[in-house]
Design a protein around this ligand. Structure first.
Ligand code: NAD
Length: 436
């Protein structure tokens, strides 16, 4: 199939490269010229396992190209996948500004499209957004009728940053919200051959399923971290407790997101929880549990800060800065928040994160760091050793083997383990180790 992918961020560049590797002819479109140039040069604009190699391969074979020309991309293809960002608006709801703009551009190009084009929204959006906001924009801009002259579908993305390429090829499920059967057929054809159950549902149901996922992930992390905090206060190993809890097959609970660790963050869970709670309040539905998931998460962040404060030491080395291991994504990273609190209280901080340094070199994240985090950018060290030479307290927020392998056992440093290091069982017995 000939496919346009709008937005070459985490979702878009993974979708584009993976679909190209499946034999489709893909053009990736972005308004950010740095991302377009990177893809043209065969480089991925994000740091993710396997995405670098895959992008190089599919660009070299001609299956994937990049462009800044949205009208040409729509005209030359049968289907557009919309993967632009939907960040939080100031009131906690979802900002649809990028979605509206790209939808208008696609609609204008549909006006002169020679065939039946299908617009597939992959961005996360609150129920009602597609049919009440985006379809009218498409119809107005194109002068054509959705479901008759062109197709519309919502196909939420369930990938997890850090393992997104693997997740693309082994999705937990495929959800297709369709305006008509023909639109759904186009989406189903895109993923033909991939495993996992396919659900063809009304569009608002598809929109809502993504919120069910993200709200539950946040709830599980908050639950596990609160249990972990109680265990630490009582001198218990929280992971042993969870091992036993999860072994109960009758409960049949997936262990995913249920291991005590650090606070959650990133570009999805916090903003989707905020968006969902906002939508509930607007609909006059009281949601005390969901309303407090983010409060629980903030409390967990405060606990990590307190662990450092209690050491009475000032020179801190932070390993990891992105919102979780395996990605360079800094948006709403709890490690960024922790670093800023430490900095604000006058701690002498150095930071090492290989993925962030790498993406900064590529240029993809340079602007983000320079414009939003210049105070942290200047604390980034070039090596683990540089941070170790500085630190009296090591905060381990990374599972990078190069970091874990270099962290010494024992000695005078305090080591605060935010990720449950693989050798935590051994380290628990050592002086200076603090686990979660
Ligand atoms: P991102 O910010 O990394 O990427 C979005 C890209 O869209 C940017 O490169 C931006 O320049 C581009 N863009 C904006 N307007 C455009 C336009 N008019 N034309 C072309 N490109 C345009 O965002 P992301 O993390 O990939 O997330 C995209 C969507 O997918 C969001 O709705 C998010 O909630 C959802 N989602 C994200 C993840 C994740 O793990 N990141 C997982 C599932 C779903």
């Amino acid at each position: 199939m000939k496919i346009s992918v709008f937005g070459l961020g985490y979702v878009g560049c993974v979708s584009a490269a993976c679909l190209a590797s499946q034999g489709h002819e893909v053009v990736g479109v972005d308004v950010n010229p740095v991302k377009v140039d990177l893809v043209r040069a065969g480089k991925a604009p994000v740091v993710e396992e396997r995405i670098g190699e895959l992008t190089a391969e599919v660009v070299a074979s001609g299956a994937l190209r990049a462009s800044g020309d949205s009208a040409a991309a729509v005209t030359e293809t049968e289907v557009s996948l919309v993967c632009v960002g939907t960040p939080s608006a100031a009131n906690g709801s979802l900002s649809t500004a990028y979605l509206e703009r790209v939808t208008e551009e696609i609609g204008a190009a549909i006006a002169t499209h020679p065939g039946r084009h299908t617009v597939v929204f992959r961005s996360t959006m609150l129920p009602g957004t597609c049919l009440e906001l985006l379809v009218p924009i498409l119809e107005k801009a194109s002068g054509r009728t959705a479901g008759a002259d062109f197709g519309v579908a919502v196909n939420p993305e369930f990938l997890r940053e850090g393992s997104s390429v693997r997740d693309f090829f082994a999705p937990p499920k495929t959800v297709i919200g369709e305006i008509d059967a023909a639109s759904g057929d186009v989406v189903a054809a895109l993923y033909e051959g991939l495993p996992g159950e396919v659900f063809r549902v009304p569009i608002p149901v598809a929109e809502m399923t993504k919120y069910a996922d993200n709200a539950f992930h946040g709830l599980k992390i908050g639950f596990a971290n609160e249990l972990g905090a109680i265990c630490r206060a009582l001198g218990l190993d929280s992971h042993r407790v969870m091992d036993v809890f999860l072994a109960d097959r009758k409960l049949n609970i997936s262990p995913a997101y249920l291991r005590p660790g650090f606070a959650f963050g990133g570009s999805c869970l916090p903003k989707d929880l905020r968006g969902l709670v906002y939508a509930a309040h607007r609909a006059d539905v009281s949601v005390p549990i969901l309303s407090h998931v983010l409060t629980s998460n903030e409390e967990h962040l405060r606990r990590a800060f307190d662990l450092v404060a209690r050491t009475g030491r000032r020179r801190v080395g932070l390993f990891g800065l992105s919102f979780k291991p395996g990605t360079d994504d800094l948006r709403e990273s709890p490690l960024v928040e922790l670093a800023e609190r430490l900095l604000g209280k006058g701690y002498d901080l150095r930071i090492y994160d290989a993925n962030v340094s790498l993406s900064r070199l590529m240029g993809a994240n340079r602007e983000y760091i320079e414009s939003r985090l210049p105070h942290l950018g200047q604390l980034l060290a070039g090596s683990v050793e540089e941070v170790l030479a500085h630190a009296e307290v090591c905060l381990v927020g990374s599972t990078d083997p190069a970091v874990l392998g270099a962290l010494p056992h024992g000695g005078d440093r305090v080591l605060i383990d935010l990720v449950r290091m693989p050798d935590a069982d051994v380290r628990r017995a050592e002086e200076g180790y603090v686990g979660l």
